[in-house]
Design a protein around this ligand. Structure first.
Ligand code: GLU
Ligand code: MG
Length: 456
């Protein structure tokens, strides 16, 4: 776990170091993500920035989830992307940089950011740029003396807390700090609100090219947790912390633009409102074709599947998708075309996903739909939650995986996963997630003992 001896210089590194030093930055973080999309990093004193940018920081992948390496392998090195340099809004003396991993001077095949980069390159070859906006839903909670969790505000107890103004105002101190920080970084927050669960919030900021958005979502989780922690609160990106409340989705709003002109190619030629172009429909068809495998990546935890239900133990609907369908501005669709049109929203993704891997899978499937000129069929324009199983069958609506076990087997069975991830990452992902499912399935819950212990 040492450092590389003689790194080669990175153009612009010295200017960047001088600029950052001038702003009072003393430490730089060479950061990358593990399988879960969680940041891992080494810190270097700013005087070492040139070396860090040249790949001086080495990591033993075997110490992490989803950086598939043997303990006996050479270390991977971080190659930080200076364009992602972000001075921590809560600690101005430290700069964070998203990195790609390298092994022996070559791109490390199983690096999440590199995996997304590979699919973005396929889009680029087709003259396309992938634009992505992610809606961040999350819970902010305090832990009581007895260990139980509660919303930060004692008033946050409504049965229908969505858009609740009192709940929003009670949480405005940490929200203000978070939104100020996001806008200070140039993310363009355009709205934030109290979501549908007690203690649940959402921040919405400008879309950008998918790599930038994936970096931002990664950093956002780090930042939201840190800012809330400083207020004595826990920011949680667990998809479904409470069975009787809505879960935290991470809706992926996707479109393809012309690389040269930047024109949105999902805008229908005839300008029909609330819809997408033929290219957009082909993209949708590709995503629908691979939906079960994609689901394993965009909803990657045991807990994710407790969110993808119609109602569960809640009094109202979850607003989360259950069926593999696309359609209009209708929240029961997995792929929704919002009223403004010209983009596709994937509602199945949740806040626990690794945003690089999630974006890579969705884009790869969409590009396949475009290459093969696929047709997504008839849109679903009705409340899919209320269709009977017979009606769903006649409309060809199938169900998303019902649990992680199903999802991971769908991923393993679909060649797309291996194509996108590469062998090493596909194997690591499948093995890790099969273990995660088996471990969960190996537990006996309170619900089971209460139901069965004395039933027979
Ligand atoms: N929280 C819901 C979900 O789990 C989505 C609510 C909304 O439409 O914003 O996806
Ligand atoms: Mg929402």
């Amino acid at each position: 776990m040492g450092s590389l001896a003689s790194p080669s210089p990175h153009p612009g590194a010295t200017t960047l170091r001088q600029e950052l030093s001038g702003r009072g930055v003393r430490f730089a973080l060479a950061s990358f993500v593990d399988l879960h999309g969680v940041c891992k990093a080494k810190a270097v004193p700013i005087e070492h920035l040139e070396a860090m940018l040249a790949g001086s920081e080495l990591f033993t992948g075997a110490a992490l989830d989803g950086v598939p390496q043997d303990v006996s392998d050479d270390e991977v090195a971080t190659l930080p992307d200076p364009a992602s340099a972000t001075v921590l809004p809560w600690r101005h003396d430290t700069v964070w940089m998203a990195s790609n991993l390298q092994l022996k001077g070559q791109p490390f095949e199983a690096c999440s950011r590199t995996i997304l980069g590979r699919v973005l390159e396929q889009a680029r070859q087709l003259g396309l740029r992938f634009n992505l906006g992610v809606e961040t839903e999350f819970f902010v909670l305090r832990r009581n003396a007895d260990g139980s969790l509660a919303p930060a505000s004692a008033q946050d107890t409504l049965e229908k807390p969505c858009y609740d103004l009192r709940g929003l105002l009670d949480n405005l101190d940490w929200l203000d700090e978070l939104v100020e920080a996001m806008n200070g970084l140039g993310w363009g927050v355009y709205s934030f609100d109290h979501e549908d669960g007690n203690g649940q919030f959402e921040t919405d900021f400008d879309y950008a090219n998918a790599l930038v958005t994936a970096d931002r979502v990664t950093f956002f989780r780090l930042m939201a947790r840190e800012i809330c922690r400083r207020h004595g609160l826990i920011a949680s990106f667990m998809p479904k912390p409470f069975a009787d409340r809505t879960g935290s989705g991470a809706h992926f709003n996707m479109s393809l633009a012309d690389l040269e002109s930047g024109a949105n190619l999902f805008t229908p030629d005839d300008g029909s409102p609330g819809w997408v172009s033929e290219l957009g429909r082909q993209f949708i068809a590709g995503v629908l074709r691979h939906a079960p495998a994609i689901c394993a990546v965009i909803a990657p935890t045991v807990n994710s599947y407790k969110r993808l239900v119609v109602q569960g133990s809640m009094s109202g609907f979850t607003w989360a998708p259950v069926f593999i369908c696309y359609g209009n501005n209708n929240r029961t669709n997995m792929l929704r075309i919002p009223a403004a049109g010209s983009r596709v929203e994937c509602r199945a993704a949740d806040s626990s996903c690794n945003p690089y891997l999630a974006a890579a899978m969705l884009l790869a499937a969409g590009l396949e739909g475009i290459r093969e000129g696929l047709d997504p069929g008839e849109p679903n324009l009705v409340n899919a939650y209320q269709l009977s199983p017979e009606e769903r069958l006649s409309r060809g609506l199938t169900t998303l995986p019902r649990h992680l076990g199903d999802a991971i087997e769908a991923f393993a069975a679909d060649p797309l996963g291996r194509e996108v991830f590469g062998d090493a990452m596909a194997d690591a992902f499948i093995a890790f997630k099969r273990r995660e499912w088996a471990e969960y399935h190996g537990t006996v819950s309170r619900w089971e003992t209460e139901r069965y212990l004395e039933l027979f």
